[in-house]
Design a protein around this ligand. Structure first.
Ligand SMILES: Cc1cc2nc3c(=O)[nH]c(=O)nc-3n(C[C@H](O)[C@H](O)[C@H](O)COP(=O)(O)O)c2cc1C
Length: 141
């Protein structure tokens, strides 16, 4: 099974989460500036929200996908909103790329809020989530 992890980060929060996910499933996490070059079964996509939604770099990455993606799985950090699911869903729908209903999201530090998040516990939970997703997908093969 081919698995890729991409993320966008400004202050490192989403990168931390993406790296925990990537390590759990045995791949390396790469920034969204690195396009997918071959078909993938599962793409874990890490993003966050900055006032008006996800960063344009995430939009550019999704719009630029030219390989077959079996399923995108959302991972995100945010200070207030629950997750970036809705924003990412819209971008993927426009490209007809399947989006998993399961996602992992946690708090990300922002100014005085949520110091240290994602923390060890968040990363452990993200890793368990990723392993569960991959095991579930493998059982469908
Ligand atoms: C300019 C800016 C605007 C933000 N706006 C929001 C927001 O509208 N809602 C929210 O939940 N978090 C907001 N945040 C918090 C970030 O989503 C949070 O810190 C996130 O973990 C950042 O992830 P990153 O370090 O991977 O970039 C904002 C952060 C910045 C820097």
């Amino acid at each position: 099974m081919k698995i890729e992890v991409r993320y966008f980060t400004r202050s490192g929060n989403t990168k931390k989460l993406a790296e925990a996910v990537a390590a759990a499933v045995g791949v390396s996490a790469k920034p969204v500036s690195e396009p997918l070059t071959e078909d993938v079964d599962i793409l874990f996509l890490g993003s966050s929200v900055y006032a008006y939604g996800v960063d344009d770099a995430v939009k550019t990455f999704i719009n630029g996908i030219s390989v077959k993606v079996g399923k995108v799985v959302n991972i995100s950090t945010a200070a207030v909103i629950k997750s970036t699911y809705k924003q990412v869903a819209k971008l993927l729908a426009a490209k007809n790329i399947p989006f998993a209903s399961e996602e992992f999201s946690c708090r990300g530090s922002f100014t005085v809020l949520h110091k240290g998040r994602p923390d060890e516990n968040d990363c452990r939970q993200a890793a368990e989530f990723a392993k569960r997703i991959v095991a579930k997908e493998a059982s469908h093969d």
